[in-house]
Design a protein around this ligand. Structure first.
Ligand code: DX5
Ligand code: ZN
Length: 214
């Protein structure tokens, strides 16, 4: 499986977002869009009204770090999402009938890719019964909320476990990814590397992306 690189625009300069996108899109496979609500994670980023202005030829993977994500599925899809990734942890209150499986089916039925993400404290067993409903699993390798944090090596076993469970589609990792931690994740079975500060903080963004695409 070829390794794909997905720059996280959370580390980009939002004042010139399309210039920032243009600086990476020729070299990357997809873009990672972090939507945060200040409730599910202790930070607020942006939503569909902002990322709908992104002009890009590569697919937009939208990572929803928000409570009640289903309320906004239509908006997120209309704004150009190619993948909607929701967190397993937001379904505890039973507010969405059918829970996580039903929400993933709703995303898939809308004609885009469905993804599920797990925070560091969530085991892969929690998503064992939705593996056949998802196109992409996003393993968080930091506590979600902020860019620039240190990679958590203990998360690597989750990637291995998911492959051992027979999951053959995309496994993406997010948080603290650089050429060194990225390689560890790829060797464990990940095929999409999300990186924010490593790419947008680099003097040579093309070289940073190429160092991940091993
Ligand atoms: C963190 C976000 C990440 C973030 C990664 O909650 O989900 O996508 O942008 O940033 P780095 O690569 O700097 O750790
Ligand atoms: Zn993310």
């Amino acid at each position: 499986m070829k390794t794909q690189v997905s720059p996280s625009i959370l580390s980009a300069d939002f004042g010139k977002l399309n210039e920032e996108v243009a600086s990476v899109e020729a070299f990357c496979d997809r873009l990672h869009i972090d939507v945060m609500d200040g409730h599910f994670v202790p930070n607020i980023s942006f939503g569909a009204p902002v990322y709908k202005w992104i002009k890009s030829k590569v697919p937009l993977d939208v990572h929803l770090m928000i409570e009640h994500p289903w309320k906004f599925f239509d908006d997120f899809i209309k704004a150009g999402a190619s993948t909607l990734t929701i967190h397993e942890e937001v379904f505890g209150d039973g507010e969405y009938e059918g829970g996580l499986p039903a929400a993933l089916r709703e995303i898939g039925d809308a004609g885009i890719l469905a993804g599920v993400s797990i925070k560091p404290g969530t085991s892969v067993e929690k998503i064992a019964d939705v593996l056949d409903l998802v196109d992409q699993i996003l393993v968080m390798t930091v506590e979600p909320g902020f860019g620039g944090q240190d990679f958590m090596p203990d998360m690597v076993d989750k990637i291995k476990k998911l492959r051992a469970m027979g999951f053959e589609k995309n496994i993406s990792v997010d948080g603290g990814i650089n050429s060194e931690t990225g390689r560890i994740c790829v060797e464990a079975g990940a095929n999409i590397l999300v990186a924010g500060s490593y790419i947008f903080g680099a003097d040579d963004r093309k070289a940073a992306i190429e160092s991940l695409a091993i």
